[in-house]
Ligand binder design. Structure first.
Ligand code: AHM
Ligand code: MG
Length: 338
């Protein structure tokens, strides 16, 4: 009989660490704790219709959006897991105006900070559509032993040490990179482990899917309008027309396009000149994963990961996905205007 040959997330993390000389296991421990919080949130998300976790919590977050109860739960779980890890001296979360510093002795000595969107796509919670968690890890700049500072968080995306997301979909998956490719793990609920299921993910260099909220068409820049028309035109050589697919959950839209090939766009609009998505905890982590999978991520002008963040909740336009498609969209922006 053939044995059950699985690699769990923890095994994988530890094996990877063995390849890095002098690694002390700090990052591995941090990732391990993220994996634990992901399982706890998965369990709650799965029961969302049964227990009283649906609906709004009555608070409005710093972006002026109402917080759903599951958002609050996910925020608490990930915050607690990161604090417990002892490797993280502070976090920035979509749900909090300011950074949160962890001031116990162990955490003060932690080498890392984490930016996260604990539950992205919250408008989809009540209707049983995929949602996700996004995280991004940086080495701190401030000295170890002291409180984390804002400068630790305002680093360019190209300084990320690791980034990933958890998608709570038809199954729950954790996808992450430490800069040596992208790997995906599917939660086997029978044994309660994330198991390696998608090894060294590479995104197709061109795909057949374009994803953006076309309801905003009239508010889009001309370059985006022209690009949409291009996506819809027939051309056998370039496999057009493309299919429009838009869930309205960044993690789910990004994940589908990563595996199948495609382009995801959240552009600047007349009413939101900087777009909607946040640089630190949405765009940078996705950009790191996209690039590690062979794709691209730009704000239409420069590489997302080269943008110097000015504020914690800064928004930027996002064009990401298959390399050739992003390059092509960029040409339209250049020719017809952003
Ligand atoms: P959220 O962080 O408040 O959930 O908002 C981010 C979400 C993304 O998941 C998604 O890509 C986008 O908002 C959808 O926005 P829109 O409804 O404007 O298309
Ligand atoms: Mg979000």
């Amino acid at each position: 009989m053939k044995g059950y040959n699985i690699t769990t997330l923890n095994e994988f993390i530890i094996r990877r660490q063995a390849h890095i000389p002098y690694a002390k296991g700090e990052l591995s421990n941090l990732l391990h704790h993220i994996g634990i919080a992901a399982k706890v949130v998965h369990k709650k998300v799965n029961k969302a219709g049964l227990v009283d976790v649906l609906g709004e919590a009555g608070e409005v977050n710093v972006q002026g959006e109402s917080q759903q109860k599951l958002d609050v739960f996910a925020d608490m779980q990930f915050t607690a897991a990161l604090r417990d890890s002892g490797e993280c001296c502070g976090i920035a979360s979509e749900e909090n105006q300011e950074i949160i510093t962890f001031d116990d002795e162990l955490s003060l000595d932690g080498n890392y900070i984490v930016c996260m969107d604990p539950l992205d796509g919250s408008s989809n919670i009540d209707v049983n559509v995929s949602i996700g968690t996004i995280f991004s890890i940086y080495r701190r700049i401030s000295p170890r032993g002291e409180k984390a500072q804002l400068i630790d968080f305002l680093q360019e995306g190209n300084k990320q040490i690791a980034a990933g997301y958890i998608i709570y979909g038809s199954s729950t998956m954790l996808v992450y990179t430490t800069g040596r490719g992208v790997n995906g793990f599917t939660l086997d609920t029978g044994i309660g482990e994330f198991c390696l299921s998608h090894v060294n993910i590479k995104t197709p260099e061109a795909g057949k899917i374009y994803s953006l909220n076309e309801g905003n068409y009239n508010k889009f820049p001309d370059g985006v309008k022209k690009y949409i028309k291009y996506c819809q035109e027939k051309d056998t050589e370039t496999n057009r027309p493309y299919s429009a697919r838009y869930i309205g959950s960044l993690v789910a839209d990004f994940h589908r396009n990563l595996l199948k090939g495609g382009i995801f766009i959240y552009p600047e609009t007349a009413s939101a000149p900087k777009g909607k998505l946040r640089l630190l905890y949405e765009c940078n982590p996705m950009a790191f994963i996209a690039e590690q999978a062979g794709g691209k991520a730009t704000n239409g002008d420069v590489r997302i990961m080269d943008i110097k963040p000015e504020t914690l909740h800064q928004r930027v336009p996002l064009y990401t996905g298959s390399r050739k498609m992003v390059e092509n969209a960029k040409k339209f922006l250049k020719e017809f205007g952003k």
